[in-house]
Design a protein around this ligand. Structure first.
Ligand SMILES: Nc1nc2c(c(=O)[nH]1)N[C@H]1C(S)=C(S)[C@@H](COP(=O)(O)OP(=O)(O)OC[C@H]3O[C@@H](n4cnc5c(=O)[nH]c(N)nc54)[C@H](O)[C@@H]3O)O[C@H]1N2
Ligand SMILES: Nc1nc2c(c(=O)[nH]1)N[C@H]1C(S)=C(S)[C@@H](COP(=O)(O)OP(=O)(O)OC[C@H]3O[C@@H](n4cnc5c(=O)[nH]c(N)nc54)[C@H](O)[C@@H]3O)O[C@H]1N2
Ligand code: SF4
Ligand SMILES: [Mo]
Length: 774
């Protein structure tokens, strides 16, 4: 068994210029370095060679799609996928001795990275009221205790059930079934913090919340937009798809507040030219946009397209598509024609010439895809931005045909599947009716709480039991101090987890750690060896088979934990065969096949190579909107400004982390090594604000209430971010995101649009000195 690494903090924070290309040979070396630090050579070989293969382990990283069976590379994974999988397959273990020597409050003071590095959780633990230590507890007693707490509540709505997107379809389905059979729709999830905005924007306009493109579409596209997305770090194999697009003659436009490495050049380590050559140029046009300026950009482009049509009628717009499949065009067009250029240029900080160049690329392209991620969704006006992107696509009929469409690139490997399985606080009546018909109970109809509302309800004492299926809610959610206080007010918190995190150190009066199998591990139940299923960003549902022996013999699968808990809580009150579900997951899929559209014959179809491709109604010309057509919308963009002396801060991921969990404190592509408490500022803003490079500052939130939001001791790093826009890492700056600062309509926290001031400070005790290399 591997011991936890001794922490040897790097004395130096080193800053080198950002990289201009991504991947290549260093990516392979870095992946192996991290893997071997965590796991043995044999384990690494097992995980990596079966990763993303038919009958293999689905990568627990992002939701990017696999090529069709027969077209997969022997190494069908990226540097970061290798890190994610071996972070789970680590040889390190946390035993009961660990919890005897480390109190909960002491663990709470450790860094996110340190907690994760301690290894896999191995047995159920309880922190009892008044105690500051976790102690062992049997599964029987642990689940009995949760069941008793749930049964003692005055109303089922006093409980909330959080899900993070690594949970499988099977466990997600069981969780939502349990919550609804218990009587609540309180199903907050990580999607509320991630692509909720996309779901709303797409649903309103197209009648479906999902993306409309598959991997093959990228190969055929003439033009791909990458808006507010950092593929080299967060969806690395997307670069292979973009490479194919380029080789086939496609063009790429990147829109970002930062010049991210992978937006410029990609050296594909799976190809000879990537290993020895200069790789391939990715972006043909880079738009260095102001934070939150994307809506104005697409309005500008739409206005130019309308004007081009006026100048040469019948040559620019797809009038056939517009009249057959859309509604609201006239109102939209009238509005778009009236948008002022001054406003567009101020909101985007781009020149008109730049936006005209975009128009020219668009006019030359028959097939256009727009990809976006957190740079769009975690903004106040994210929903209208997504709607405006849809307007843009519809103008030239770039929907429902090959090589074109909308691509909200999903984060977690099964975040989309969890929603498909019913993990949403607002599931539509058709889904609830189907549950009712299948299981005979009456699911609650009133919407439940999302993540932000859950925090408010816990804070006000309205939610008393918080159960989490995967994830790290206290670090993923905004306004850390408020969220922590809310969780601490709960009577019971219970975490179904693979690894230790802050989620186990910020607890209710009673807290439980319920350790579970990860996706890499062999899952044997009474009915034999089980597999689970997941859905990727292209709506393909496929299997994932665990390959490694479990990290501890005391682990249960997520499905087993949830089924036993449901059985203990509900007994025979509802006619759900929980124990049959636990014994054989095929019986869960059988039910799903009768409840969720597109899943007929689920068990048989999902085991075919490549799995099931779920139909997207948009691609069949069906729009489930009030008009039965795709809807053009009129949107107004955000002209609000940070007050003088303030900056708009985005909180983003480094190259070496998985969401709330940093693996190391390096961010290779951005040239940051040995530290995460840094804030990237445009050199001209630095001189305006009188800041020097390497200087220490506190970051202070600017928000209209009387709460002070501050993080201390961050090093200023000059960086080519857009003027007025700064950048720092998530979750370190999480305390700065106000709970009430949410996107209109979707209620998603605005983690990319945080208004802050930087206040010079003296270096904290033991501070690292920063070294800058040109
Ligand atoms: N290695 C790794 N992979 C991951 C994850 C991880 O943590 N680590 N997380 C997974 C998850 S859950 C998700 S949701 C995805 C997230 O994938 P991304 O959305 O790529 O992740 P972020 O780091 O949040 O980066 C957002 C990008 O938006 C840019 N940006 C910020 N504000 C704006 C803006 O106003 N306009 C524009 N145009 N750009 C802007 C930032 O500079 C950055 O490049 O990644 C998934 N994959
Ligand atoms: N400021 C700011 N906040 C953000 C974001 C941002 O960009 N900026 N991004 C948001 C986004 S996009 C997302 S998706 C959320 C992420 O929020 P979450 O999904 O809640 O967080 P993760 O960090 O992915 O959760 C990691 C934990 O999941 C557990 N885990 C891992 N694998 C498994 C498994 O197989 N089973 C079980 N049961 N547990 C497992 C481990 O214990 C690990 O510690 O954060 C959001 N918060
Ligand atoms: S691109 Fe995403 S799914 Fe593919 S190997 Fe990398 S992290 Fe895993
Ligand atoms: Mo996400």
């Amino acid at each position: 068994m591997k011991k936890a690494p001794k922490q040897e903090p790097d004395e130096r924070l080193t800053v080198t210029p950002p990289k201009k290309w991504a991947a290549g040979v260093p990516a392979v070396t870095h992946a192996l370095e991290y893997s071997l630090e965590e796991a043995t050579l044999r384990t690494t070989a097992t995980t990596l060679l079966t990763m993303n293969q038919v009958d293999g382990i689905d990568c627990p990283g992002c939701a990017w799609s696999d090529p069709a069976p027969g077209h997969r590379h022997m190494n069908e994974y990226c540097e970061n996928g290798a890190k994610h999988i071996n972070d789970e397959a680590t040889g390190r273990r946390i035993t009961r001795d660990f919890f005897r020597t480390h109190s909960v409050s002491e663990l709470n003071r450790q860094s996110d990275m340190w907690l994760n590095q301690q290894g896999r959780l191995t047995e159920p633990m309880i922190k009892r009221p008044g105690s500051d230590y976790y102690e062992p507890i049997s599964w029987h007693d642990a689940l009995g205790l949760v069941a008793d707490e749930l049964k003692s509540l005055d109303s089922p709505d006093e409980a909330a059930f959080y899900t993070s997107g690594r949970a499988s379809n099977e466990s997600a389905f069981v969780l939502q079934l349990f919550a609804r059979a218990f009587g609540t729709n309180n199903l907050p999830d990580c999607s509320n913090l991630c692509h909720e905005t996309s779901g709303f924007g797409l649903h309103e306009t197209l009648g479906t919340g999902k993306g409309t493109v598959g991997l093959e579409d990228f190969y055929q596209a003439d033009l791909v937009f990458l808006v507010g997305q950092n593929p080299a770090t967060n969806h690395p194999r997307q670069l292979s798809a973009l490479e194919k697009c380029k080789v086939n003659g496609g063009k790429i436009i990147a829109v970002n507040t930062l010049p991210e490495a992978g937006l410029f050049r990609f050296k594909n380590p799976q190809q000879v030219r990537g290993v020895i050559g200069n790789g391939i140029k990715i972006s043909d046009l880079f738009l260095h946009i102001r934070s939150g300026g994307d809506l104005a950009l697409f309005q500008g482009v739409n206005r130019l397209l309308l004007e081009a049509e006026d100048a040469a009628p019948g040559t620019v717009l797809d009038n056939e598509f517009i009249s057959a499949h859309t509604s609201g065009f006239e109102e939209f067009a009238e509005h778009a024609r009236g948008v002022s250029w001054d406003d567009i240029l101020t909101a985007t900080q781009l020149t008109r010439q730049r936006i005209e160049e975009v128009r020219d690329y668009v006019l030359r392209a028959k097939r256009v895809i727009v990809c976006w991620a957190m740079g769009v969704t975690q903004q106040r006006h994210g929903v209208p931005t997504v709607r405006e992107i849809v307007n843009f696509l519809m103008l030239r009929g770039n929907l429902g045909r090959a090589g074109a469409g909308a691509s909200p690139v999903r984060g977690h490997s099964n975040v989309q599947g969890d929603r498909t399985m019913g993990v949403w606080e607002q599931m539509p009546d058709e889904f609830l009716d189907a549950l009712q018909a299948e299981f005979g109970f009456d699911p609650p109809r009133e919407h439940g709480v999302d993540s932000v509302k859950a925090i408010k309800a816990m804070r006000e004492g309205r939610i008393k039991v918080f159960l989490s299926l995967a994830g790290n809610f206290v670090r993923a959610a905004p306004d850390t101090h408020i969220t922590d206080e809310a969780i601490r007010r709960c009577r019971l918190t219970a975490q179904i987890s693979t690894k230790l995190s802050k989620a186990h150190t910020v607890t209710g009066e009673t807290a439980l750690i319920l350790p579970c199998l990860g996706r890499t591990e062999i899952d044997i139940q009474a009915g034999g060896v089980q597999f689970v299923t997941v859905e990727n960003t292209s709506s393909e549902v496929h299997t994932s088979f665990g390959k490694l022996p479990p990290a501890s013999r005391l682990l249960l699968s997520e499905v087993a934990i949830l089924c036993r808990l449901a059985h203990r809580t509900l007994g025979d009150k509802v006619k759900v065969p929980w124990l049959e579900f636990e014994a054989e997951y095929g019986t869960i899929r059988e039910r799903v096949s009768r409840i969720v559209p597109g899943f007929h014959d689920f068990n048989r179809r999902v085991t075919r190579p490549g799995g099931i491709k779920l139909p997207n109604p948009v691609n069949e010309g069906v729009f489930a909107t009030p008009t039965g057509k795709a809807m053009f919308t009129r949107n107004d963009f955000d002209m609000s400004r940070a007050p003088a002396g303030a900056l708009v801060l985005q909180s983003m991921r480094s190259h070496d982390q998985w969401n709330t969990i940093p693996y190391t404190d390096n961010d290779r592509y951005r040239g940051i090594h040995g530290g995460r408490n840094i804030v990237m500022v445009n050199p001209e803003d630095m001189s305006d604000l009188g800041l020097t490079r390497g200087q220490y500052v506190d970051i202070i939130g600017v928000w209209d209430d009387d709460i002070e939001r501050r993080v201390d001791g961050f090093v200023v790093v000059p960086y080519p971010t857009t003027r007025g826009c700064a950048a720092a890492y998530y979750p370190e700056v999480q305390p700065l995101v106000p709970l009430d600062s949410v996107a209109d309509i979707s209620n998603q926290p605005t983690s990319k649009g945080i208004v802050v001031r930087l206040e010079p400070t003296t270096p904290p005790p033991g501070a690292k000195s920063a070294h800058f290399h040109e």
